[in-house]
Design a protein around this ligand. Structure first.
Ligand SMILES: [Cu+2]
Length: 124
């Protein structure tokens, strides 16, 4: 008898709680939070290689880890020129990363396999 009454009380207590919680979580709440996280991930500096060309971020922070995404079906590299400070091989369809120079400046780079592929990494 006592046990039955305890269950009834618990059920009665849970109902108003659920009713109070539901309106606080509208459908728009979680998409906003999710897209905020996506923006943060997209902010990581990325060099994209496609059609034998580099798409380079406007600038990267000194010492930042730079991601390189190779969308081509052949291997490429991101290799700095005269001021040789970085070089990374990126297999076809894969990604890799390297650490940007710590000294601000403009760093010309190219692909070691395809010298016509060139770009400039601006470090601030
Ligand atoms: Cu290449």
């Amino acid at each position: 008898m006592i046990r039955t009454r305890a269950y009834a009380l618990a059920a009665a207590a849970a109902l108003p709680l659920a009713a109070a919680v539901l309106p606080v979580t509208p459908a728009t709440a979680s998409p906003v939070a999710a897209s905020a996280g996506a923006v943060e991930r997209a902010a990581a500096p990325t060099i994209t290689i496609a059609d034998f060309g580099f798409r380079v971020p406007l600038r990267v922070a000194r010492g930042a880890r730079v991601r390189v995404v190779n969308k081509d079906i052949v291997e490429h590299t991101v290799t700095s020129g005269a001021r040789g400070r970085f070089s990374v091989d990126v297999a076809a369809g894969k990604s890799a990363s390297f650490v940007a120079p710590r000294k601000p400046g403009r760093y010309a780079f190219h692909c070691a396999f395809h010298p016509d592929m060139t770009g400039v990494l601006v470090v601030r």
